[in-house]
Design a protein around this ligand. Sequence first.
Ligand SMILES: O=C1O[C@H](COP(=O)(O)O)[C@@H](O)[C@H](O)[C@H]1O
Length: 244
Amino acid sequence: MKKVEVLSDKPALIERALQLTIAKMTNAIAERGVCTIALSGGSTPKPLYEAIAAQHLPWEKIHVFWGDERYVPPNHPDSNQLMARQAWLNRVNIPGENIHPIPTNEADPAVAARKYEEHLQAFFQTSGDEFPKFDIILLGMGSDGHTASLFPHTEALKARGLIAVGNKQEEPRITFTVPLINHARCVVFVVAGADKKAALAQVFAPDADDFNYPSRLIQPQGELWWLLDQSAGEELQVSTAAES
Ligand SMILES: O=C1O[C@H](COP(=O)(O)O)[C@@H](O)[C@H](O)[C@H]1O
């Protein structure tokens, strides 16, 4: 199931992303007693995290992971973990053990990737070829069509495990792989800004190159939502009807 919505502006986009995220969290808790959510980084989701922090939710039933991380210490201004803690997690009464950051303290990022993979397998009690099923994976998209830290024409796009080392030029990052994302129950892209328009046209084109526009590779078994603001999505032909 793929749904695309174009919202009038960024505040409307964040409001819709909030409504959808809360609905999916609430459903997961009602159905399975717990919600597992993976967060995106970058600049777009910060107001979404601030809005989630203002909700009354059963925080002890929510487990928070990250879909990608820059390979910097957790107190570095570029850290996706730091941004989510400041905007959301430090503001609510969520137990520390429900927060599952990507480690960035190993000399070799590949070791950190393997440790996060083991952490996921232990938490979800999966092994071998089995993939965890996240209730919600939030994603952003860069103006080059990357998502998480799956950059165009990088080895990480071909990874078949859970976690890979992604590279932005020479800079290492840790990222969920395409198959891990595609096993989610619900994937929500939240994309804002006119600089995303050209890449979005390629991501939605019937015959573009998946390795040039990695967001095309995200085709989950569960729901796929693309929430766009008007400046990003104005040239796409899509319905604006809201549902959840
Ligand atoms: O580098 C990253 O960028 C994307 C998009 O970020 P945005 O600033 O354009 O919102 C993000 O989804 C990813 O998590 C992040 O590491």
